[in-house]
Every structure is written in C-alpha cells, then in structure tokens.
Design a protein around this ligand. Structure first.
Ligand SMILES: *Cc1c(COP(=O)(O)O)cnc(C)c1O
Length: 292
C-alpha cells in the first residue's frame, strides 16, 4: 500500500577520523519525503493488515514532536485511511500547533490531547475501550509504531548486501527498528542499537520484542546506553557541533534526537577502538529529519 519514492542507497563515509574502519550509511531517509526511514518500514505491514481487516481508520499515540505521528498521518492519507492521533499533554489543547502537529492535521489526522497520567495508561483495556466508544472502530497502532508487523517491516531493511557488514548500527527509541534489524540479520554480523532515551529498559524490551517475533535465540546484538545526551529531545553543544561538522563533510543531514546521537556514538566507538581493525560498519539513517 505504501510506495517508496526512492530506493535507499549505501553511501561510504570518507573521514580521517575513521582510521582503518570502513564506515557506510544506508540512506533509508530518502525513501519517502514524509514517511521517512524506519517509519515507512514500521507502517508498511500495519497498513496492509488494517486494510485486510476492513478498517478505514487508524489510531495511534505520540508526543507533540513525534516522528511517528507525522509519518502515520502522511501514510494514512496516502493509503486512504482516516487517522486519529492521541497526543500526550492536555496543556497543548487550544494552543497553536507546532510544525509536526500542523502537518499531521493538514494530512487529515484528528488530534486528541490527553493528560500525561491518562497517556501513561494508554494501553489499558479500559482506556482503549473508551477510545472505541468515542471514535468507533479503528486499527490501533502502538506508540512509536512498534509491534510484530513493524519488526517484520524493519527486517526488510536488511538485504544480502547489508548482511555482508560486520556491524549494523541504528538509533533506538522503542526498540522496534533495532529488533527488526536483528531479526533481518538473523545471526549475521553484530547489531548495535544506540538508545536515544535515558534508562536501561531497552535491552529487556528488545529481548521481549525478539521473543515475540520469532523463536530464534539471537545474541549478536547490544544496546549502547552512553549516547542519549540526557534524553529524548535534550540536545547538547557537543552533539550540535558534531552534527554540523558531519553534515558539512558528508552531505547527509542528521537530527538531534535519533540519528545525530547514533552517529556521534559510532564515531566515539571508533575513537575508542571498539571496532576491530578493518571492520566494515553500516549505520542506518532512519530518517526523522522533520524533527530538525
Ligand atoms: C522513531 C525513530 C527511531 C526509533 O525507532 P524505534 O523503532 O522506536 O526504536 C529512530 N530513528 C528515527 C529517525 C526515528 O524517527
């Protein structure tokens, strides 16, 4: 149902700081102007499932700056669904919309603001039941779009060429994308998820997602928790300087929440000699440039 506007390609990064590590970037950010990077892959099978089950409305959750809300609104419109976005923070009600939410509404998404306590309990049966009473039937896509179908979609970022790399690096929020990459690599290479958020929940979460997705016991992965820069939207002078410099050298834009932190982490690991000499490292550009 979702069309790619462009095929992703692999770009080699030539940079004197790499020493004898070969670094490449898979440009998933180019596949669609609005449903970019990993979000396209996460939504792909969810949309076809929603259609198969006969739904004409998608409902999902996110914060006011969420790439997932932005992408879901665009995907719903492109595939002919109505969409509802449950947005965290009832203090936003009646306020001018930021650019992410303005775009979502322009795509036809109905925005509903809920207070933070209610939002925290959004997966409770009672809460979902109330949403159904209010909005009628809808296909529910979880926060961040992470579920089994999303993992299957993200696994498709891996092809034979990707499988030849020693290391695959990607940014991780809810962990759906990195789980898909681990599943797709299926014990080839080694996958590193760079946590964009503070906290140690991700490793457990990824293990749970992988167990739910397949029975294979995959151990060729890890979560790096040293590069979140304080949390979700928190940015840092050092990170900003790194991103500006990277963008100038390599003609690839990064965002401060996800890909910027990952790339900073990759360069930091290279400086620490984490990767053995001669390693071929592939960083996945998961998109998210609307957040810049
Ligand atoms: C949403 C997002 C992520 C995180 O993906 P998860 O599947 O939630 O871990 C990473 N990078 C970008 C650019 C994103 O928009």
């Amino acid at each position: 149902m979702l069309q790619k506007h462009k095929e992703p390609y692999i770009q080699q990064i030539r940079d004197d700081r790499l020493k004898d590590v070969q670094l490449f970037v898979k440009r998933e950010d180019v596949i669609h102007p609005f449903i970019s990077g990993n979000k396209w892959h996460k939504l792909k099978y969810n949309l076809s499932e929603a259609q198969k089950q006969g739904y004409d409305t998608l409902l999902t959750f996110g914060g006011a700056y969420s790439n997932h809300i932005y992408a879901t609104a665009a995907a719903a419109r492109e595939a002919g669904f109505s969409s509802i976005g449950i947005i965290r923070g009832d203090e936003l009600k009646g306020q001018p919309l930021n650019r992410t939410l303005t775009f979502a509404r322009e795509q036809g998404m109905r925005l509903e603001f809920v207070d933070r306590t209610a939002y925290r309990n959004k997966t409770d049966e009672v809460f979902v039941q109330r949403l159904h009473e209010r909005f009628g039937p809808f296909y529910l896509i979880p926060e961040g779009g992470t579920n089994n179908l999303a993992i299957s979609g993200c696994a498709e970022m891996v092809n034979d060429e990707v499988r030849t790399f020693d290391y695959i690096c990607c940014s991780a929020g809810t962990g759906g994308t990195v789980s898909g990459l681990i599943a797709g690599m299926n014990s080839a290479g080694y996958v590193i998820g760079f946590a964009a958020l503070k906290g140690d929940f991700l490793e457990k979460e990824v293990r749970k997602l992988l167990t739910g997705h397949s029975n294979a016991q995959l151990t060729n992965w890890e979560i790096q928790t040293r590069y979140h820069f304080g949390g979700y939207a928190k940015s840092h002078e050092q990170l900003k300087r790194f991103m500006q410099d990277f963008e100038q050298r390599h003609q690839a834009l990064l965002d401060p929440v996800y890909t910027g932190k990952m790339m900073y982490g990759v360069f930091d690991l290279i400086a620490e000699k984490y990767f053995p000499s001669g390693s071929k490292v592939l960083a996945i550009h998961t998109g998210g440039l609307q957040g810049r």
